[in-house]
Write a protein that binds this ligand. Sequence first.
Ligand SMILES: Cc1cc2nc3c(=O)[nH]c(=O)nc-3n(C[C@H](O)[C@H](O)[C@H](O)COP(=O)(O)OP(=O)(O)OC[C@H]3O[C@@H](n4cnc5c(N)ncnc54)[C@H](O)[C@@H]3O)c2cc1C
Length: 486
Amino acid sequence: MGANALIEQLQRILGPANVVHSATDLMVFEYDGSVDAAIETARPVAVVLPETAEQVAAIVQLASREGLPIVPRGAGTGLSGGSVAQQGGIVIATTRMNRILEVDFDNRIALVEPGVINLELSDYVVPDGYFFAPDPSSQRACTIGGNIAENSGGPHCLKYGVTTNHILGLEIVTPDGKLHWIGGRGEESLGYDLHGVWVGSEGLIGIVTKAMVRLTPSPETVSVQLTDFIDVDSASNAVTEIIAAGIVPAALEMMDNLTIQAVEPAFHAGYPMDAGAVLLVEIDGVREDVADTAEEIAAICRLAGARSVRAATEKSERDLLWKGRKMAIAAMGRLAPSYYLHDTVVPRTRLASTLAQVGAISRDFDLPIANMFHAGDGNLHPLMLFDRKNHDQVERVLGASKELIKYCIDIGGALTGEHGIGTEKRDYMTLVYTTDDLAAMAGIKHAFDPQASFNPEKLFPRGYMCGEVRALRNAALAQKYGIYPM
Ligand SMILES: Cc1cc2nc3c(=O)[nH]c(=O)nc-3n(C[C@H](O)[C@H](O)[C@H](O)COP(=O)(O)OP(=O)(O)OC[C@H]3O[C@@H](n4cnc5c(N)ncnc54)[C@H](O)[C@@H]3O)c2cc1C
């Protein structure tokens, strides 16, 4: 079927207003939130904007009949190239599937469509004393579907867990165009724990069309401490000591001086401009516990060399402190036209030495690198500042990135804490996973998507899936993983 006939068929399913196909309109879908130095951009044949799960199923059936690639997309804020249509085909964007369908406070659950914006769900239930705990810094824009596909985290995931801990059940459309429900409404459901497979699957095995999510009761009291240090070393040591003391704050975030230089003039959050690093520590719970824990944390920070500890208990004060952190990436435009944000994880005890290594890489490659990150769970976000129009700077960013990622892996870290692999880190997968590991992952992909039509070229090392399909024809592998060739 040619492009025109395809557009006609899509319009028949969705109506003309829900099919984007002009070259100019498609340009905005060539990207996600990643910098294009780190990912390859690409243009789909069409972007469709379904409003129901049945429409999604009909589009997937059409694409499957035509052998076309399909790429699920939420708000496009992803940072690893996941929603970019590497092989063209059809992008299914869920932004018009944005209804909160059911809220059940007695059972602390909500049924939502995948295009619901993360923060809008919390805003909807906050007046009744609940919130949706996963809170990526992009929560004003990103969708719950995107959060599920990336298993997103955020500052409050230190205490409350990442997205997978808040998903009970999913309605999905599998690559054959069939609608299924997996998981349930409660803690346990019968059968395989398939939602564990789907959360974090980066749009490679189908598309989520509804989600049953857990709502978390709002704590009685919240306190946020702003603690400032002369350097990142002492702030890192304070983080290690807080966690080693068995304290689990609701959030434990660090920002270094370069970040403060961008954020403070932009948002006037009250961060001291001369601090080497600041920690934002949020403690929540019952009043008495919060007061005791806050005192304990302040004492640990002072011992680690904190110059001052300021507690914000009023909501407006807390919101301002958080605004600085959550808008930190946006503020980086004041320092340079482009940034490349990393997402590696290191053991918490290696924070100080890793930040020293980031400093060394910054000097070696002559690149400013800012750090703002989820310190409590060791999830680093070194942010390299450059100008993507400058070829030499782009080359240095890529070289520095490679060095940084290898270092983090060598000391026992992980490739990604929350942004996913996508195309950005697919070629690093072999640093962490053996051939057998990758074959097992490819086996899961193959079990759901034997035609490899969903989100091709993502997650697996470049060229790997073609090799893997051949490898799967090998009887030994097929027997080992119980997967049979197409
Ligand atoms: C300024 C900024 C700050 C950020 N901060 C954080 C942070 O603190 N924590 C964090 O984890 N991430 C963060 N991110 C990354 C990003 O916002 C998250 O990964 C987010 O969950 C992506 O959601 P999205 O709706 O934009 O998805 P998209 O970018 O559109 O898609 C992301 C992936 O999900 C897949 N997908 C989307 N919808 C579906 C669906 N319904 N079914 C199946 N697959 C689907 C896509 O194919 C793609 O692979 C940040 C990004 C930016 C730009």
